[in-house]
Write a protein that binds this ligand. Structure first.
Ligand SMILES: *Cc1c(COP(=O)(O)O)cnc(C)c1O
Length: 399
């Protein structure tokens, strides 16, 4: 009998009760704006920033409206100018080149390896073109961070980390987001904590964070931030930094705080699911599992595998057959951008030289979400279905 999966790939878990209760308190107070606080009250947003900074071991944190906004704010804080080139990954999500374009800068794409990380040789070759690298840890894959920093330090490249899929991940024990001058996280529904929309920006740099806080629309109320640089850091910047409003509100902050307290548990639960699917896919003929390095503590909130050198028709046939059995795979490599575009040549506002080695990898990437609403049995079933359908197509069940 053919097994089918009936779960929902876009269904997240409920907001924890503690978050719902805190949200109700905010709603009853009527004070939703982050600077609308009663006497003696810190406010949910400032407390969220303080707690996230502590959790990440960062000096400063700013909560904002989205992950993409956090990335654009980091570029502005670094004073990237219109026309400047900014290096970034050829394999990433649309908000990353979008953030670069939003400040009038020009994305320069760096290739991707079969391990789905930035190609460090290509980075070394292109490093002289820019002052900033927006490093996207796309789909949670961390590159060799020591070698990356060596290349960037040698070339004077400043690194902004896009940690949308690495909140809670570590490289050689160092939390993701602690190696660049600034790091951005997303709290959008499909990331590691869920406030619908939202973003967090961390840094240890006084001037960068003072600018970021002014940019986010703090009016002259920056003193109310708990995870901010000393007031003197604002002296030089407060008159010359434009307000580009993108604040977070108390309601979202209220539902995020309890989720952040559970982050390590949730990461472990994602990894349990990831490993079941990975084990189930291993040694499937024609399918390449993406091996994870020892130094990487990843968060398996999604899984990728490669159908390297497969024809478009055959990849489409795998996707179609899996979908018919309830398993929703995304082919990041499709020529026509659909849903979540993730390859450099789909952003036609930022033309690039072709990168044949990267194209080969990008054409073969298949992606699947692993929401925590799936049980381990669900994950085993999903892996059996993918394995059967990939094998069938590979063995020529489809011409
Ligand atoms: C989700 C995501 C972002 C930011 O997303 P927002 O929707 O703006 O919060 C940035 N980079 C990557 C790789 C992402 O997946």
């Amino acid at each position: 009998m053919t097994e089918n999966f009936t779960g929902n790939f876009t269904q997240q878990e409920a907001i924890p009760d503690e978050g719902i209760a805190a949200a109700l308190e905010v709603l009853k107070s009527g004070r939703l704006h982050r600077y609308n606080v009663a006497a003696g009250e810190d406010g949910e947003t400032a407390l969220l920033e303080q707690e996230f900074a502590t959790q990440m071991g960062a000096k400063y944190c700013l909560a904002v409206a989205s992950g993409g906004y956090a990335l654009a704010t980091a570029l502005r804080a670094l004073e990237v100018q219109p026309g400047d080139k900014v290096l970034t990954n050829a394999f990433t999500l649309a908000p990353v080149p979008g953030a670069i374009a939003s400040v009038g800068a020009v994305p320069v794409f760096v290739g991707v390896t079969e391990n789905l990380v930035i190609d460090l040789d290509d980075l070394a070759a292109k490093a002289h073109q820019a002052d900033v690298l927006m490093l996207s840890h796309m789909r949670g894959h961390l590159c060799d961070m020591e070698r990356l920093l060596e290349i960037c330090d040698a070339q004077g490249l400043k690194v902004i980390e896009d940690c949308a899929h690495t909140m809670g991940a570590r490289w050689n024990g160092v939390l993701s987001g602690r190696q660049g001058v600034m790091a951005a996280y997303s709290t959008q529904t499909y990331k590691h904590v869920n406030s619908g929309e939202g973003g967090l920006l961390i840094s240890d740099d006084d001037a960068l964070m003072a600018r970021a806080i002014m940019l986010s629309g703090s009016y002259m109320l920056y003193e109310r931030h708990l995870a901010r640089p000393p007031v003197e850091a604002f002296e030089g910047v407060k008159y010359v930094t434009p307000n580009i409003s993108g604040r977070m509100d108390h309601l979202r902050a209220a539902i995020l705080r309890p989720q952040l307290r559970d982050l390590d548990t949730q990461c472990a639960r994602w990894n349990d699911r990831y490993r079941v699917v990975e084990d189930g896919l291993r040694d499937t003929p024609g399918l390449t599992v993406v091996e994870r390095p020892e130094a990487e503590f990843y968060v398996g909130s999604s899984i990728q595998f490669l159908l390297l050198d497969w024809s478009e028709d055959n990849v489409n046939e795998v996707i179609r057959r899996c979908l018919a059995r309830g398993v929703e795979l995304k082919w990041f490599g499709g020529a026509e951008p659909a849903g979540f575009t993730s390859r450099y040549d789909s952003w036609r506002y930022a033309p690039s030289e072709p990168m044949p080695a990267s194209d080969r990898v990008l054409k073969g990437i298949v992606d699947m979400r692993l929401p925590l609403t799936f049980s381990l049995e669900d994950c085993a079933l999903i892996a059996r279905i993918i394995r059967a359908e990939v094998s069938a197509v590979w063995q020529g069940g489809f011409a």
